[in-house]
Design a protein around this ligand. Structure first.
Ligand SMILES: [Ca+2]
Ligand SMILES: [Ca+2]
Length: 212
């Protein structure tokens, strides 16, 4: 049962499709760990942690992680943002042939660091908004929503689309990417909230965007 994992002091997690099972990946600031859901095994084995080549990361104040296929090879990859007072480090882990294995990729990490590194994100999501097989990276920072994209392995990530939520909205709190029911258009949903008033009450908002 996956709830056996709860005592681990994790800061972010992602669920990735892996053949007929889902892998749950946990990040605790310095370490990534993964487990496959298996009905017959309790607790599930932690079979993967800190793969070779992973950079040394100081314990981060905040960790964001999201899963999606960045390089269109059919395997789910991981994007991890570590944030502390010194800035934001972007790490990309590419899914390998074994569904329980990811490998840190220095080249893609450097490329995505150049795109995402300068502005700390409050929320992160991956999803294939334009249905070309290659996941876009969506970040929310303050009221700003940005979609980052690559069109092939040789193209550095670039800002494909951005918008500012209304000025009354304090910040993007959470993001999700999916598609419309007919699977024809990509959908991006952002949850945000106003700054708390004197009574500590904040108003929540949902913003939905569809690709054309
Ligand atoms: Ca991939
Ligand atoms: Ca895409």
């Amino acid at each position: 049962m996956l709830n056996k994992l709860v005592p681990l002091d994790y800061k972010a997690f992602a669920v990735t499709p892996a053949a007929d099972r889902a892998a749950v990946v946990l990040a605790d600031g310095t370490l990534l760990s993964a487990a496959l859901s298996q009905e017959s095994t309790s607790p599930p084995p932690l079979y993967w942690a800190a793969p070779s080549g992973q950079p040394t990361v100081q314990r981060a104040q905040k960790v964001l992680m999201a899963a999606g296929d960045l390089n269109a090879d059919g395997r789910t990859d991981l994007v991890v943002l570590h944030q502390d007072a010194a800035g934001q480090d972007v790490s990309v882990y590419l899914g390998q042939a074994a569904p329980r294995d990811w490998q840190y990729d220095a080249g893609m990490s450097t490329a995505w660091q150049r795109a995402l590194g300068s502005t700390a994100a409050f929320a992160l999501a991956l999803g294939d908004l334009d249905r070309d097989g290659r996941a876009e990276v969506v970040t929310g920072s303050g009221p700003r929503l940005t979609v980052w994209q690559t069109t092939n392995d040789a193209t550095p990530p670039f800002q494909a689309w951005a918008t500012e939520l209304p000025a009354t909205v304090e910040t993007v709190r959470a993001l999700a990417v999916g598609m419309t029911q007919d699977r024809a258009r990509g959908a991006l949903v952002a949850a945000s909230a106003t700054a708390p008033d004197a009574m500590g009450n904040a108003s929540p908002f949902l913003h939905a965007f569809l690709t054309q």
